[in-house]
Design a binder for this molecule. Structure first.
Ligand SMILES: Nc1ncnc2c1ncn2[C@@H]1O[C@H](COP(=O)(O)OP(=O)(O)OP(=O)(O)O)[C@@H](O)[C@H]1O
Length: 320
């Protein structure tokens, strides 16, 4: 057992993946995941998330760099890593003629110390479908079955590739609850997702990938804080933009005016909001339709992806 096993369950350094035709899908990325953490990999289509997760699962060898899962190389030391990990691929690809229970039983036969099938089917809310053939399940129910199978071995580390794609709102919430409960029980979870709300809700830390590189990492709050906050209001009757205090002095980085609606962007939300409200108070006017808000993870994601496309920023690392 390596000394830092309890600290970093997954360690990725300078990782690269190159496909047959020479295309470099993962271009030297670094990140680590601590025990009991939920870590989300986000990114635009084709960013390299699945290519990365497959390397962590030991399904392929890296073209460069290093991966350690539970202190082992998941590709060359597969036998040491595989029994302690659970994997939910994007496409389960199970025989469609088997029933749900038969599929779970078949899969359990490949897992040492498997939990009872009924138990994992209940965890994902599929116990009532035990006798139904896989081909008769809806897309969302198949994702639940994929998740149930990943849980059969009671894994220490769980890899979930887009676990809630195709699930309805209730199914998504159920999966979030389950992942939260697994995390509380000490399971380390690495997931990929297209749903920023999901990452915001579930992830302790995340990385945003773009074209094979990591554009930003940190907690959702840290990554979100990288994007300016917004203040929107209507100019009071009889007032013009020039009547406001100088915007630069309020810490406003840019602004737009649309009719009487003013939109400000600032990285100093408290200073800008306080200055504006003090001005309104002093002038004895009301700022109608006032809306003051921090950026959402979605806004931060779009901003980071745009910057990365334009090549204007170095990777942003917010994590301690
Ligand atoms: N077997 C392959 N051979 C060649 N190129 C591949 C192969 N698999 C993936 N790629 C390319 O590698 C890049 C990364 O793909 P990957 O599936 O890892 O992205 P992703 O971030 O998971 O995307 P998505 O969000 O769309 O699932 C893409 O440009 C894709 O076309």
């Amino acid at each position: 057992m390596e000394a830092n096993e309890h600290e970093h369950v997954i360690e990725v350094t300078g990782l690269r993946r190159v496909y047959g035709g020479g295309f470099e899908a993962v271009r030297g990325i670094d990140f680590s995941v601590r025990r009991g953490e939920v870590f989300a990999l986000l990114g635009t289509n084709g960013a390299g998330k699945t290519s990365t997760v497959e390397l962590l699962e030991g399904l392929a060898a890296p073209a460069g760099g290093r991966v350690r899962v539970l202190g082992h190389d998941p590709y060359t030391e597969r036998a040491a890593v595989r029994p302690r990990t659970g994997v939910m691929l994007q496409e389960g690809g199970f025989p469609s003629e088997l029933t749900v229970a038969e599929t779970a039983r078949m899969w359990a036969g490949c897992v040492s110390g498997a939990r009872p099938e009924r138990e994992v089917l209940a965890l994902v809310g599929l116990e009532a479908k035990a006798g139904v053939r896989v081909k008769q399940l809806s897309g969302g129910q198949r994702r639940r079955l994929d998740l149930a199978l990943a849980l059969l071995g009671d894994p220490e580390v769980l890899f979930l590739d887009e676990p809630t794609t195709g699930l309805d709102a209730e199914g998504r919430r159920d999966t979030w609850e389950l992942v939260g409960a697994l995390r509380d029980a000490g399971t380390t979870v690495l997931l990929t997702t297209h749903y920023l709300e999901e990452a915001e809700h579930l992830a302790d830390r995340l990385a945003i990938m773009h074209e094979g590189s990591i554009a930003a990492t940190g907690t959702p709050a840290e990554v979100t804080a990288s994007e300016p906050s917004r203040i929107t209001f209507e100019l009071p009757e009889g007032y013009f933009l020039g009547d406001l205090p100088p915007l630069a002095e309020l810490g406003v980085s840019d602004h737009t005016v649309d009719g009487r609606t003013v939109r400000l962007r600032t990285r100093e939300l408290q200073r800008a909001a306080t200055g504006l409200l003090m001005w309104a108070h002093g002038a004895g006017v009301e700022l109608r339709r006032l809306d003051v808000r921090s950026a959402s993870l979605e806004e931060a994601f779009l901003g980071i992806a745009k910057d990365a496309s334009a090549g204007t920023t170095a990777p942003k690392e917010y994590a301690a």
